[in-house]
Design a protein around this ligand. Structure first.
Ligand code: GUN
Ligand code: ZN
Length: 461
């Protein structure tokens, strides 16, 4: 039951949000960032009614409205994870070798368990608890090939009022019999799930062929046909992650000129398509993806864990190809956006393209919202957007408190805009490198507080 009374609240405190891509330079592109030292988010019925300086909003607030004080913290739009497998939560950190061994040894046996609805429900709840604990309010999620795993996930996300994309894995060959569907059953299950969940509250359906080797041409073709039925359906799959996988695709699809051409042939490459990894693409493939408006989910902890390779983010940018940021748990080693940012920075360093904190936090928020075509709902906390907010604690650990205190000595105190921005950049970078789940003080979704960390953990250096 939804509460018929309007719910209004104000969250007050420092507020950072991106209005546009800040670019790759040390300083954010002009107009790309909004930072309010004493900001306010006025929430009403799950949305942002107004955003601004607290002192400007205060005269307009109704008497007696609840003001939640986050002074000393840092508010941002809730984090977004563009590619993650909820059904792999319990195989995180399973000794990996390379992709295909890891799939056979750990992933497929684990996903068999999701035939059971009760198991799916329990893992979906645990996964969402973890996501909210790390400040992630939206994700694009692989379920298993069992439709009941999707029902369990969507039901749990809906109960919590979350904006989520998810789908049933389509896989009709080259996998254990307990996990394979058929062209007909994959279509029937996907259509039933779309009818039951797509567009319900904040949920959206993502068609989910696992990757080219586990779908027959007929299944990929049928998936393309469903995708064409509605422009707001999403598609998620994997692409060019690992050399063994790429060689296998070339064997299975001898007439395709490259891996991407397999997906293109069946109409799977479009503006709502997310391709996880894309580590081993050439510039022509990047340009074709960009031309279609698709995005590559950059999964740095996963690429390091499975030794898949280093994503050339700058080559993607040069091709005009959007890169989103993703955890890819369970090959990824951490659900936290901080861990993803830290690994993305390290991967970038090895390629001579370090990630600035501006670019990193932009990607986790508005950048991912744009890549997933969800930026009319989430990502920048503009008036009218959905109220998904993460409240960060720069004093969450003794070390981070010391580091933040050192940075604060250079603070412009609001008097010098450049000094202020430089200080903010340093603080965000410290969070990106030293932050973890302890830094998430609170998470709000749809206007409600859905996670609150123990406040006694805050340290003052
Ligand atoms: N390629 C096909 N399936 C998977 C998966 O579950 N994880 C990763 N990282 N790559 C894949
Ligand atoms: Zn994946």
């Amino acid at each position: 039951m939804t509460d018929p009374r309007p719910t209004m609240r104000v969250l007050r405190g420092p507020l950072v949000r991106f209005l546009d891509d800040p670019g790759e330079d040390d300083r954010p592109a002009p107009g790309s960032l909004s930072y309010l030292r004493d900001g306010a988010l006025w929430l009403e019925n799950g949305r942002i009614r107004a955003v601004g300086h607290y002192h400007e909003l205060a005269p307009h607030l109704p008497d007696g409205i609840e003001v939640v004080d986050y002074t000393g913290k840092l508010m941002m739009p809730g984090f977004i994870d563009s590619h993650v497998h909820y059904v792999q939560l319990d195989i995180l950190a399973s000794y990996g070798r390379q992709l295909l061994d890891w799939l056979n040894d750990y992933t497929f046996p684990e996903e068999c368990r999701f035939a059971e609805r009760a198991h799916s429900e329990a893992v979906a709840e645990a996964f969402l608890d973890e996501q909210l604990r790390v400040g992630t309010t939206t994700a694009q999620v692989f379920c298993s090939s069992h439709p009941q795993s999707v029902d369990a996930f969507f039901a749990a996300a809906r109960r919590r009022g979350l904006r989520m994309l998810a789908g049933k894995v389509l896989m009709d060959r080259n996998a254990p019999a307990a996990l394979t569907d058929s062209v007909a059953s994959g279509v029937a299950d996907s259509e039933r799930l779309i009818a039951d969940w797509h567009g319900k509250d904040r949920l959206g359906y993502s068609l989910t062929p696992r990757f080219a080797p586990t779908s027959s041409p007929a299944q990929l073709d049928a998936t393309g046909a469903i995708l064409r039925t509605a422009p707001d359906l999403h598609l998620q799959t994997h692409l060019a992650e690992n050399p063994g996988e790429i060689a296998w695709v070339a064997e299975l699809f001898p007439n395709a000129k490259d891996y991407l051409a397999v997906y293109e042939r069946f109409g799977l490459v479009g503006p709502t398509s997310t391709f996880a990894h894309g580590v081993h693409l050439d510039q022509a493939m990047r340009e074709r993806l960009a031309g279609a408006g698709a995005n590559i989910a950059f999964c740095p902890t996963s690429n390091l864990f499975l030794g898949s390779g280093l994503l050339d983010r700058h080559a993607c940018r040069e091709a005009g190809l959007a890169t989103s940021l993703a955890s890819d748990v369970g090959a990824g080693t951490d659900l936290s956006g901080f861990a993803t940012l830290k690994a993305a920075y390290q991967v970038g360093q090895l390629l001579g393209q370090p990630l600035t904190a501006w670019q990193g936090f932009y990607r986790l928020t508005l950048g991912n919202a744009r890549a997933l075509r969800l930026d009319h709902h989430i990502g920048s906390l503009e008036a009218g957007q959905e109220a998904d907010i993460v409240v960060l604690d720069p004093g969450a650990t003794p070390l981070l408190a010391r580091r933040t205190a050192r940075i604060s000595k250079d603070d412009g105190n609001g008097k010098d805009e450049h000094a202020d921005q430089a200080t903010l950049g340093e603080r965000l970078f410290a969070l990106m490198m030293l932050g973890d789940d302890r830094c998430v003080f609170a998470t709000w979704a749809g206007g409600d507080c859905v996670h609150q960390r123990d406040s006694s953990m805050t340290h003052n250096a």
